[in-house]
Design a protein around this ligand. Structure first.
Ligand code: GLN
Length: 512
């Protein structure tokens, strides 16, 4: 087995025993990136030199007998949406192409403190809006299982780099499924923590009441390892939960005795691919064979989840993205050109004595805002801003935004009722395996519907995990999603581990 096929946990053990150095490990992943990332396109930027220097420093400190952090020497990839003071943070947007944050996000600071080796920054949908990574302003990411297919999104680079053996661990974000969906489509494990479990400080905001940072890796154990590092209370994030972080690794291999597994009636409906359904049902049988009782439950409001999400998320986005005005952050239109264009427009209006036109003419400041935003935001981001601004506008607020908040509450109440009867809920991650690149390019609504099974967890603030549970006839990964009550990550991970301990789906790797 080559070094890059080892799990992060295995590599960590070898590093600790002195049988592997961080330089060797980091070099192996850099070699893999060199060999394969031109095709996959998972990374936006890789700084090999910096990574090797960091690895060498950690090796040296280890040799000197220093006590090292819990991820010491392990390479990790970070989605390009978390601020890092040593790096640009672009959100895959022209708007932030040259943005250098003045501080580290809490998650990046924790990774640095844990002595991880930051390999590079992964591609994503612009500002995390999308489910295919096709909305990146910079490049396309391909699914390592089939290069004609999308890796999912918005953390498509984060999932593809793990699936392609380019990084053992990676950090993604999930606002409406963006960790779990690409993990499912790329055949890796991805966990969205409870809202507030991981700090959002320094995470560039998309929809603040839904955004969560979380781990992706090739096994449940590796995901638990990374979650343990990034979870915890942070006074810098007012929505961060002040609750102790359990030792996820210590309990991981304890099976859940008497597990009651919920299966949602509404989830197995029209539109679910037959192969996906068969794999998920097979996975549920595995749990039964391990002593779990399976209970059918109902989440009656889940049919409104996508609609509710696509009112709330764009509303919050339209307000969060107001800050990109060409003054405070990032891109600014060519001001000299803008002024000269404005002057010619004014002259023309004066010549034709168009009083109304003159009155409506932008001031230079307003024109600067408009041009900046028009030039630097991509089409999907503009669509979200328009949807959100509409839903929040006077006269429509009650009918859309407020209504969506009420339905959000009902969705959460459905889960509360369900979790009185079951410990975990099992479902598909997506209705179909990975789709072709470009397949939904002209149909944003079809793209939004891919989020059917994932957005509820964000609306309700619950943790969820996606893990491989099958392969389609055409050789594409199929994902199983498990959801748990708030702050029950320990249970969620133990439940996922039970499955992985008895199946080999997570061991499948794409060829190449
Ligand atoms: N696909 C969803 C969207 O486009 C989810 C995005 C996310 O979780 N960041 O909004």
């Amino acid at each position: 087995m080559s070094i890059t096929e080892q799990s992060a946990t295995e590599s960590l053990a070898l590093l600790k025993q002195g049988e592997l150095t961080s330089v060797e490990l980091t070099q192996a992943y850099l070699d893999a990136i060199n060999a394969r990332d031109e095709q996959i396109g998972a990374f936006l930027r890789v700084d090999g030199e910096a990574a090797l220097a960091r690895a060498a420093e950690i090796d040296q400190r280890r040799q000197a007998g220093e006590t090292l952090g819990e991820l010491a020497g392990l390479p990790i990839a970070v989605k390009d949406v978390l601020c890092d003071s040593d790096e640009r943070t672009t959100c895959a947007s022209k708007m932030l192409e040259d943005f250098r944050p003045p501080y580290d996000s809490t998650v990046v600071a924790k990774l640095k403190a844990a002595d991880a080796v930051l390999l590079g920054r992964t591609n994503m949908d612009e500002f995390a809006m999308g489910g295919s990574t096709e909305n990146s302003a910079f490049k396309l990411t391909r699914n390592p299982w089939d290069l004609q297919r999308a890796p999912g999104g918005s953390s498509g680079g984060a999932a593809a780099c793990v699936a392609g053996g380019l990084a053992p661990l990676s950090i993604g974000t999930d606002t409406g499924g963006s960790i779990r969906q690409p993990a499912g489509l790329c055949g890796v494990v991805g966990l969205k923590p409870t809202y507030g479990r991981v700090s959002r400080y320094g995470l560039v905001a998309f929809a603040s009441s839904l955004d969560q940072v979380g781990p992706l890796a090739s096994s449940v154990e590796d995901v638990a390892l990374l979650l343990a590092t990034i979870a915890g209370h942070d006074p810098q994030d007012s929505t961060s939960l002040d609750a102790p972080v359990p030792d996820y690794l210590a309990t991981l291999n304890k099976p859940l005795d008497g597990l009651r597994l919920g299966v949602v009636r509404e989830h197995f409906a029209e539109g679910l691919d037959a192969e996906v359904e068969a794999s998920v049902r097979e996975a549920i049988k595995v749990y039964e064979s391990l002593g779990a009782t399976v209970k059918e439950i109902s989440l009656p409001h889940s049919k409104y989840a996508v609609a509710t999400y696509y009112v709330i998320a764009p509303s919050e986005a339209s307000s969060n993205l107001a800050r990109y005005d060409g003054v405070h952050y990032g891109y600014r239109t060519d001001v000299a050109k803008m002024i000269s264009d404005l002057d010619s427009e004014r002259k023309e209006l004066e010549e034709t004595d168009d009083k109304e036109g003159l009155e409506k003419l932008d001031t230079p400041l307003v024109r600067m805002y408009r041009r900046t935003r028009d030039e630097a935001f991509g089409p999907e981001v503009k669509r979200r801003i328009m949807l959100g601004a509409y839903a929040l506008s006077a006269g429509y607020y009650d009918a859309y935004y407020l209504k969506a908040l009420k339905v959000r509450r009902l969705i959460r109440q459905d889960f509360d009722a369900a979790f009185a009867e079951v410990d975990l809920i099992a479902s598909p991650v997506t209705a179909e395996p990975a789709f072709k690149i470009g397949q939904m390019a002209d149909d944003p609504l079809a793209m939004y519907l891919v989020d059917l099974y994932t957005v509820s967890a964000n609306l309700a603030g619950l943790p969820g995990i996606s893990l491989p549970c099958g392969l389609s006839k055409s050789g594409l990964p199929i994902g199983l999603q498990l959801q748990a009550p708030p702050l029950a990550e320990e249970k969620l991970l133990r439940g996922a581990q039970m499955f992985q301990a008895h199946t080999d789906w997570h061991k499948n790797k794409p060829e190449g």
